[in-house]
Design a protein around this ligand. Structure first.
Ligand code: GLA
Length: 392
């Protein structure tokens, strides 16, 4: 369910910034939360994310010239950035506009040249820097808008691929496909069991009887996410190259834990071996978690969420005191089925499955311990699983 107030806000914003809202169309693309399968998507492993009902809203209209006018009501103080189709080069000063510009650049690189520019206003309700994929939702939103405004023939899976490509090559963040795929292919009340080795996927209904998905935001401000993230990815790539001396695999996701144990000595560096260990075991956990869910064994799913967090903390080194405090405290609250960090890590959010009757206790206990230990508040949101991008 999208929020009619935000649709109204982008339409009003559009009229205010550009004079009128004649012939304007409105669009939405969701953010995501990943239930399990972290740092597996650039290793050819499995992920299990779902789209959320929160996301990014856009109002857009074609122009007759090559100008692009871009405005966010959330960042940059509502300032209109004027640029053009002839200025598609990334720059730090361009800030958030590097995302829509990157997507236009990626479309053009695939032969889908825009005949004219357009005017755009965006807003959204994904908390800033929360790791719930505000950038992926903006990329998917932009691609969806381009398809609609100019009639390009491109599927939603391709919108995800274009989004990832632009983020990798225009914005310098070597992310995998999970976030863009979850946004572009979301389905209400379902998580997506995606094999990133070949993009085959299956929807799995999430019918949480008497439970909710609760997100806790660390509100951590300074994160070195991109550089650390790229370093993890590089470590996995090196570990893969070392393993390929011994076994014929395309990605770490091709190995079962048993197969990995038999060949892991091909990775001489202990730290790198731990990183690869995480990728292999996390992939196996994700496959098992989805089977457990299908079998109605939500408790096992919750245990695997905990193991996932422990592995991200101990082997992959991407949690930090804030995420650890949230997850570890959650594990002590009766009625919490599972809790783990979600997304890239280093800050951002945890995702927890909590029984309805335990939600208040969860918020009190986890919030209280967090404030005491970290010195500022965490935020809590009960979320629903929404659909993919749409024209409103
Ligand atoms: C970020 C990236 C994703 C994925 C996760 C970790 O969200 O954008 O591609 O790698 O981190 O699972």
């Amino acid at each position: 369910m999208t929020d009619p107030k935000l649709k109204e806000a982008v339409l009003n914003g559009f009229a205010e910034k550009y004079g009128d809202a004649e012939g304007v169309s409105c669009y939405f693309a969701p953010g995501r939360v990943n239930l399990i399968g972290e740092h597996t998507d650039y290793n050819g492993g499995h992920v299990f994310p779902c789209a959320l009902t929160i996301g990014t809203y856009g109002a857009a209209r074609r122009r007759d010239d090559r100008k692009l006018r871009l405005c966010s009501l959330n960042v940059g103080g509502g300032k209109v950035v004027e640029t053009s189709l002839d200025e598609l080069t990334p720059s730090p000063e361009a800030g958030w506009t590097n995302y829509p510009k990157g997507v236009i650049w990626a479309f053009e690189g695939r032969g889908m040249k825009l005949p004219t520019g357009f005017d755009l206003v965006i807003t959204g309700n994904i908390p800033n820097g929360s790791g719930l994929s505000s950038s992926a939702s903006l990329e998917v939103l932009t691609g969806f808008i381009l398809r609609d405004l100019y009639g390009f023939e491109v599927s939603n899976v391709e919108l995800a691929q274009i989004g990832q490509y632009s983020e990798n090559n225009y914005n310098g963040m070597n992310c995998g496909i999970m976030d863009q795929f979850a946004s572009a292919m979301g389905k209400a009340d379902n998580a997506i069991f995606l094999d990133t080795a070949d993009l085959s996927y299956e929807y799995a209904p999430i019918a949480l009887d008497g439970m909710k998905i609760v997100i806790a935001n660390t509100n951590k401000k300074h994160k070195l996410t991109d550089s650390q993230y790229n370093a993890r990815r590089a470590a996995c790539e090196q570990a893969l190259a070392e393993l390929q001396q011994k076994v014929d695999i395309k990605g770490l996701g091709d190995l079962t834990p048993e197969q990995f144990e038999a060949v892991k000595d091909a990775i001489p560096d202990e730290d790198r071996r731990r990183k690869a260990h995480h990728a292999v075991y996390e992939n196996a956990r994700t496959i098992e978690a989805v089977s457990a869910l299908k079998a109605g064994d939500i408790r096992r799913f919750g245990e695997l969420m905990r193991q996932s967090h422990e592995s991200l903390r101990d082997d992959y080194d991407v949690t930090g005191v804030e995420l650890d405090t949230l997850a570890e405290t959650a594990w002590t609250v009766p009625g919490v089925i599972g809790s783990r960090m979600t997304g890239g890590g280093f800050g951002g959010c945890t995702v927890s499955i909590v029984e309805d009757g335990a939600i208040d206790a969860f918020r009190d206990k986890v919030g209280g311990v967090y404030r005491k230990k970290i010195g500022y508040d965490a935020d809590f949101y009960i979320v629903s699983i929404g659909g993919g991008p749409e024209k409103l």
